[in-house]
Design a protein around this ligand. Structure first.
Ligand code: FE2
Length: 120
């Protein structure tokens, strides 16, 4: 999936990333103020967990932004994957490999890919 057509997904991912970054900072401040070694360790453990989420979200965002990543949407009739390949043109057509569904790729005003059902 290229960044084009992924505005809503990227906005949500960046929102989640921002939350994880803030959590790492907050836990760091709380851990620094803690006196009890067990409480310090608890915050250190929380930081490790949130840091893992942060790394994972960064990787997903990079993949979504990578023009080599194919645009894959799900067939609204059966749920199977519709692969439009990397960097498709608006209007590209895909036939669902599992059902009679045929769809054209459309770009919404908000820059999100949508499917328009075509006659079989
Ligand atoms: Fe389908």
């Amino acid at each position: 999936m290229s960044a084009r057509g992924s505005a809503r997904d990227l906005a949500r991912l960046r929102e989640d990333l921002s939350f994880e970054e803030e959590a790492v900072k907050q836990y760091g401040r709380m851990g620094a103020r803690a006196v009890d070694p067990e409480v310090k360790e608890l915050f250190a453990e929380l930081i490790r967990g949130e840091s893992g989420h942060r790394r994972g979200l960064r990787r997903v965002i990079e993949r979504v932004e990578d023009p080599a990543t194919p645009v894959v949407l799900f067939c609204p009739l059966c749920g199977w994957e519709l692969d439009f390949g990397p960097d498709p043109q608006e209007g590209a057509v895909a036939k669902c490999p599992m059902c009679p569904g045929r769809f054209a790729l459309r770009l919404s005003e908000g820059d999100d890919w949508q499917l328009e059902r075509l006659e079989p």
